[in-house]
Ligand binder design. Structure first.
Ligand code: GLN
Length: 311
């Protein structure tokens, strides 16, 4: 990226926010988990965490919302650290699926393994790997550290709402069990997966998470949560699979490893440089924050942080 002044960065953030606001009416909040349907479709917040730990915030950056699928990145990182790369990718592939996040088409017709750890089938498999190795509380502690957010808790209402509307994930999990990819602890696995999705973050905590990943797993205080190798794998999978069947377009236009969640969160990583967190529960037709594209495309250009940019 280029050197810019604080004033310039504030102007860039304001313009990014304006561009995001403009497209919010094109999005819709998720309702397949009824409790998520209560979110305010007009909400928008952007937080940018710079290398020195400074956060630049604009809009609804302190509002809490559930992390949902962004949890898949931290779960994958934990599984990689606990089991090693070979064991993890024996059970989950590392190919973009080109299908919706909750699809089971590829799983049954194309491949006998989940296509990647960023879609539900893959993340449910990863949750099964963590089961019995770490308790929910221990995993939550890691989430709190990675996001520099010691107050992070689950949203019980969202958790219960999803547990009561779990047919599709349950179908995926039992299909996985029938193929021998999940062991018999199917219900426990679903509960852990859903609990992790219900942890509540803010745009600020997601920006810190982005920064932790950008810094190869190191926190602001120098403590190392994950190895550089683990972060390298996570960033690559975020780039190729993090936005589901919009990952290709996103990689071209934004050029930053990014992960979305249906709660409206986005985390984006400019390696070694910047972490970006966005909250906007109005989603596009793929279940990604609708404002994320215009915001990140603009920030990536202005800050010159596209992975493959030439000056
Ligand atoms: N908990 C959600 C689900 O399993 C997460 C999906 C998402 O954020 N895309 O359906």
């Amino acid at each position: 990226g280029k050197e810019i002044s604080t004033k310039q960065l504030c102007d860039i953030m304001e313009e990014a926010y304006r561009r995001g606001k403009e497209v919010l009416p094109q999005g819709k909040v998720a309702t397949y988990i009824p409790e998520l349907g209560k979110a305010d479709p007009g909400a928008l917040g952007i937080s940018l965490c710079a290398r020195d730990g400074w956060h630049f915030n604009i809009g609804d950056t302190n509002r809490r919302f559930t992390i949902q699928s962004i949890s898949k990145v931290i779960s994958l990182a934990l599984a990689l650290e606990l089991l090693g790369m070979d064991k993890v990718f024996e059970r989950v592939d590392m190919e973009p699926s080109g299908e919706a996040f909750n699809s089971l088409i590829d799983l049954d017709l194309i491949s006998n393994h989940p296509m990647n750890p960023m879609i539900n089938s893959g993340a449910i498999t990863v949750a099964n790997m963590l089961l019995g190795k770490m308790s929910f509380e221990e995993i939550q502690d890691v989430f709190r550290k990675v996001c520099e957010d010691p107050e992070m808790e689950s949203n019980e209402a969202v958790f219960r709402s999803e547990m009561q509307n779990l047919s599709r994930n349950r179908a995926i999990a039992y299909l996985l069990q029938s193929k021998g990819i999940l062991d018999d602890r199917v219900e426990e696995t679903l509960e852990l997966y859903t609990r992790l999705c219900s942890l509540q973050v803010t745009a600020v905590s997601l920006a810190s998470m982005g920064m932790t990943i950008a810094m190869d797993g190191k926190l602001g205080n120098g403590e190392s949560v994950f190895t550089g190798r683990t972060m390298e794998i996570c960033k690559t999978i975020m780039l190729t699979c993090g936005m589901y069947d919009r990952s290709g377009r996103f990689a071209v236009k934004v050029g930053l490893p990014t992960k979305s969640g249906v709660g409206g969160g986005l985390v984006s990583v400019a390696d070694n440089h910047v972490g970006i967190g966005i909250y906007g529960p109005a989603l596009d037709d793929k279940g990604n924050c609708v404002a994320g594209g215009p915001i990140l495309e603009y920030l990536s250009r202005e800050l010159q942080i596209h992975l493959f940019q030439k000056n």
